[in-house]
Design a protein around this ligand. Structure first.
Ligand code: NAD
Length: 275
């Protein structure tokens, strides 16, 4: 059955790939992004390939912006059946320079060097808002279309670091743990009104956001990149296309009795103790 699927962060690397895959299934796709040009570019590509999509500017942190986006979606395609909460990310102000605090760090004076004690609450707040409030608010707006109808569901985007926090990024790890927790809470809360709620927990995907963290300019791996590959039993980073199968499953009828799950897509990273 043709559905209307709203995807936030849809101008980005992972969600644009998910959007194109969902479009190929014959659904109407509304691509929401703060970056309208990016959303429209993905919509154009989908339409050129025979799909049906619109690009819509929306800020997942502003209710008014989401209400307006919903109006655009409803006018173009009718009620929203599926919401993919993809907008998210980290911020340097919520990140420590080193994985472990060492005594000598306390007297280091280089500009930009950050210990836990230097973390900026505003940076932490930015990351919590973008990932958690940025999942909650679009759900408040778009799930109103879904209540009591058939075949409606929500797919959140959590992360590996929600299971076990990654070093250096306490804000992003905590915020994604909140997204996983909220996925379970919402699955229970919406269980009587026919809305399933699940999440993807992608492992490590080489994207523009983390390319310089994981690879050097010649394409070789940084020490952190190497550490990740060593900790990933399958020995590689994920490709955005690796998310497609689970996305189609969780957004489709094949998962009609599945709600409240967070599925790792991580080459075994979260299963591996390192020994
Ligand atoms: P990306 O940076 O390529 O895409 C994120 C998109 O969100 C961008 O197009 C950006 O414009 C948009 N956005 C940012 N703030 C917004 C706001 N306030 N309102 C609306 N849109 C906004 O990131 P990505 O790597 O494709 O990540 C997509 C999702 O996957 C994120 O939730 C991210 O945290 C998660 N994730 C990524 C990885 C990875 O390895 N890349 C791993 C695990 C989880």
């Amino acid at each position: 059955m043709k559905k209307t699927i709203v995807i936030t962060g849809a101008g980005g690397v992972l969600c644009s790939t998910m959007a194109e895959a969902l479009a190929k299934e014959g659904h109407n796709i509304a691509l929401l992004d703060l970056n309208k040009e990016a959303a429209i570019a993905v919509a154009d590509k989908i339409n050129e390939n025979g799909g049906s999509a619109i690009g819509v500017k929306a800020n997942v942190l502003e209710k008014d912006s989401l209400v307006q986006a919903k109006e655009e979606v409803n006018n173009a395609f009718g009620k929203c059946d599926i919401l993919v909460n993809g907008a998210g990310g980290n911020h340097p102000l919520g990140t420590t320079s080193n994985p472990f605090l060492q005594l000598e760090d306390l007297v280091r004076k280089e500009e930009g060097f950050k210990t836990f004690f230097d973390l900026d609450p505003q940076g932490i707040q930015f990351v919590f808002n973008l990932n958690f409030i940025g999942t909650l608010l679009p759900t408040q707006i778009f799930a109103q279309d879904m209540v009591g109808r058939e075949g409606c569901s929500i797919l959140n985007v959590s992360s590996m670091n929600a299971f076990t926090p990654l070093t250096k990024i306490p804000a992003y790890s905590g915020a994604k743990a909140a997204v996983s927790n909220f996925t379970q809470w919402l699955a229970v809360h919406f269980s009587k009104v026919n809305i399933r709620v699940n999440a993807l927990a992608p492992g490590f995907f080489l994207t523009e956001q983390n390319r310089t963290l994981l690879t050097n300019s010649d394409g070789s791996l940084t020490p952190r990149g190497n550490q990740i590959i060593d900790q990933t039993p399958m020995g590689k980073f994920g490709e955005p296309e690796d998310l497609i199968g689970t996305t189609l499953w969780l957004c489709g009828e094949g998962s009609s009795f599945v709600t409240g799950v967070v599925v790792p897509i991580d080459g075994g990273f979260s299963a591996y103790s390192g020994v």
